[in-house]
Design a binder for this molecule. Sequence first.
Ligand code: FES
Length: 166
Amino acid sequence: MTAQKIEGTQPEPSEKILGEGLDKIIAEYEGKPGALILVLHKAQNLIGYLPREVQRKIADGLSIPLSDVAGVVTFYSFFTMVPKGRHSIKVCLGTSCYVRGGQKLLEELKKKLDVPVGGTTEDRRFSLEVVRCIGACGLSPALTVGEDVFGRVKNIKLGEILGKYN
Ligand code: FES
C-alpha cells in the first residue's frame, strides 16, 4: 500500500480569526433556530478546534451561558477542544482488528506518540483516534493515517508508517 503525504491545514486561532472570522459566523446565525450547533460547526471548521476562549466568545455572541456551550461541545464527539494534528491516525478496534492485535497496536502507538486516544502530539504532527471497522477486515489489524489505509500492521511496521508523514 502506498502512502501519500497530506499536509495539515488547520490554522492557529489567531486574533484575526477569533475576531472577525468568529464574529461573522456568530452574526450569520444569531437568533436562528439551532444557532449554537451551526456556529460550533463553522467555528471548528475555521479554527480546527474549540478551545475555551472560542466557546466563551460564542456564548457571549449568542447570549447563552458558557456552560450550555461547553455542554454541547463535550456531548458530541465530533467537537473537539484539542487542536488536531496534521495527520490523523485512526486505529481500527472493530472485532476483526481487535482479535488480530488492534488493541496492541493502539497501546504501542500511545507509547510511541506519548498521547492518549483523542490526543495530539506536542509538535501537532499526529492525532490519535479509534474507529470501529473501516471496511478492511481482510487486512486486519488495520489503521488509517489521513486518507491512507494500512493493513496487516505489526508493531514493527509502525515506525515505518509514521516516518512517511511529517
Ligand atoms: S474490523 Fe477493522 S477493518 Fe473491519
